[in-house]
Design a protein around this ligand. Structure first.
Ligand SMILES: *Cc1c(COP(=O)(O)O)cnc(C)c1O
Length: 459
């Protein structure tokens, strides 16, 4: 299998990857999987501790999803949704409407988290054109936000490292501070800092609401920012204010949806019904690319009219509503119902919290953040004085590489060690994975193992 690695290095350009480093170092190729474990070409097994980048839900090779895809393959793999309907996409739309907050009644399909957000931005923009308020053209976004990598979604992104270089290419949103910002986290009373952010939002809305089409937000957790959590009540407050000032609320549940936070959707924690909800990552259980932008009857109806009125939403992708992906998504939802996945999460979340309490005591661990099965562990050179590791030291990457040696695949965001296991992980497996993380952190930060050969990994 030496040659598969060589071929990869010869032909493939990997996402979010410095290819010079990739080529210089030995790399793993995954050949198969079993449950929540990945198996490489040499037969080594690793826990999939980031759910294959936040997508996998019920483990790999889940029989019910495998069979649903095979059954659909016996009918048709793909047909277009431009001018035609297909059975799995129709049935899935009905079920998505049923499980999402009341009032979200229409489903627009696309293929990735980025496209789901892109669709929402264009839909919100065009909505106000039809409603006779053409001045509402701007968006409010949050500092440190991440909504995808297409040009539209990068415009509403706030992660300097990824987004700054593209500035000249982007439209400019009105950026507001996130309630999980660094200063708030260092403050003695983070909840009151959340209120400062709410006040700032209200100022912006009061002054500019006539120019603002919508506000886009990751609910409860800013994931790519390093699993930053917003204080309780913040999301509900944003809903209240966007209603008051007639600004659409676009909630990006791409990372938080499908049980990750402990509820099916993060919005449920604060009884929020947004004007649009964007779903992807977990929607197919982590099997195939699929996304959905859900919206209200009110918004849908604003696009109705005679063909000549040109109120159509002129947007769509080749693989939109792909029947195989929709069949996988239907199987995913059926497993949620039949195995009562959400009800079974409480003891899993509890065991993680218990292990995190131990990790929090380690010498070089700063803030530890958890919401459901979304976990971020911040490494700190000096946790008392809150001095971070020097960037070049790549402490986060070092810990993750050490964890890999111990049988767990995880991936850092800077010096935040991210843990996002499949929901199917058992209490025992979660304990084992957490023990590996604790050991890797200790060995790297206390054992002087930090490897000079490492480079910071971005995401
Ligand atoms: C991953 C992610 C996206 C982008 O999804 P892709 O499928 O990678 O395009 C958008 N929003 C959030 C919150 C995400 O975590």
């Amino acid at each position: 299998m030496q040659d598969i690695e060589a071929k990869d290095k010869q032909y493939v350009w990997h996402p979010f990857t410095q290819m010079q480093e990739w080529e210089a170092k030995p790399q793993k190729t995954i050949a198969a999987a079993n449950g929540i474990k990945l198996i490489d070409t040499e037969g080594n097994e690793f826990y999939d501790g980031v759910s294959s980048l936040w997508v996998n839900i019920h483990g790999h090779r889940k029989a019910a999803i495998d069979e649903a895809i095979i059954e659909q393959l016996g009918k048709v793999a793909h047909t277009t949704m431009l001018g035609l309907a297909n059975i799995p996409a129709t049935e899935l739309a009905e079920q998505l409407v049923e499980i999402t907050p009341a009032g979200l009644n229409k489903v627009f399909y696309s293929d990735d988290g980025s496209t789901a957000v892109e669709v929402a931005l264009k839909m919100a923009f065009q909505y106000w054109q039809h409603k006779g308020k053409p001045g509402k053209q701007k968006f409010i976004s949050l500092e440190q936000a991440y909504h995808g990598d297409t040009v539209g979604t990068v415009s509403v992104g706030g992660i300097d490292l990824f987004h700054r270089i593209f500035k000249p290419l982007l439209f400019t949103p009105v950026q507001i501070p996130a309630p999980s910002c660094y200063h708030c986290r260092l403050a003695s009373d983070p909840a009151s800092c959340g209120m400062l952010c709410v006040n700032k939002l209200e100022q912006v809305l009061a002054a500019h609401h006539e120019e603002i089409a919508g506000l886009v937000i990751e609910p409860l957790v800013q994931a790519a920012a390093g699993m930053l959590m917003s204080p309780p009540g913040y999301l509900a407050k944003v809903r209240e204010l966007t209603r008051k000032y007639d600004v659409l609320m676009l909630v990006d549940e791409v990372a938080t949806g499908f049980g990750r936070t402990g509820e099916m959707f993060a919005c449920e924690h604060e009884n929020v019904t947004p004007d649009m909800m964007m779903l992807s990552k977990g929607i197919t259980g982590g099997y195939l690319a699929l996304a959905a932008t859900l919206t209200t009857d009110e918004i849908y109806q604003a696009f109705l009219g005679g063909y000549a009125e040109k109120k159509t939403l002129y947007h769509g992708h080749s693989y939109t509503g792909n029947p195989l992906a929709c069949a996988a998504a239907l199987a995913n939802l059926k497993i949620f119902r039949e195995e009562q996945v959400i009800a079974g999460l409480a003891p899993k979340i509890a065991v993680v919290a218990q292990k995190l309490a131990e990790i929090r005591e380690l010498t070089h661990v700063g803030e530890v953040r958890q919401r459901g099965l979304i976990i971020g562990i911040e490494l700190m050179l000096d946790r008392i004085k809150k001095i971070p590791y020097p960037w070049e030291q790549a402490a986060g990457a070092g810990v993750c590489l050490q964890a890999r040696k111990l049988g767990l695949i995880i991936r850092p965001i800077g010096d935040v060690v991210v843990f996002m296991p499949p929901l199917a992980s058992t209490v025992g497996e979660l304990g084992e994975m957490m023990d590996i993380i604790a050991r890797a952190i200790k060995e790297i930060t206390e054992g002087g193992h930090v490897d000079n050969d490492l480079q910071p990994t971005d995401l």
